[in-house]
Design a protein around this ligand. Sequence first.
Ligand code: CUA
Length: 156
Amino acid sequence: MHLHRYEKIWLTFGIGSLVIFLTVLGVSAFAFGQQPPSHMAKVDPQNVRDAAPFDEPGLRQINETTYQANIIAMAFTYQPNKIEVPVGSTVRFHVTSSDVVHSFTIPNTNVNFMVTPGHINMAEHTFTEAGSYLVLCNEYCGTGHHYMQMTIEVVE
Ligand code: CUA
């Protein structure tokens, strides 16, 4: 088989790029552990209320500026329905569902994730401005989907 010189150059370039790309990806993933946030933490969806941390839904203070919010999503609300943190706080959201798929979306922030039954879905956000933040469900979950919301009060 005859290959034109330019074809050989491009083939070498193409295969070389692929090898470099896969090497960088492999090293960063396996050697440096850079992986997308995993939602591998599991919880029994039938017994959410008996399983830590959802047996005590609500806010827990981790250190001076960090809180963990354990929240159960269900048709058609969140438990708790309102949390309050001081401005500047970082909140780690640990959210699960006791029934179907919901979402946990805080408009105008990067917090926007699906809440899947059986998993502890996590995200973190630092609230640098005081105000009342609405949390919405943006996964259709039934006839009351559009009523499903909660609020986060960020106070001075
Ligand atoms: Cu929950 Cu839509």
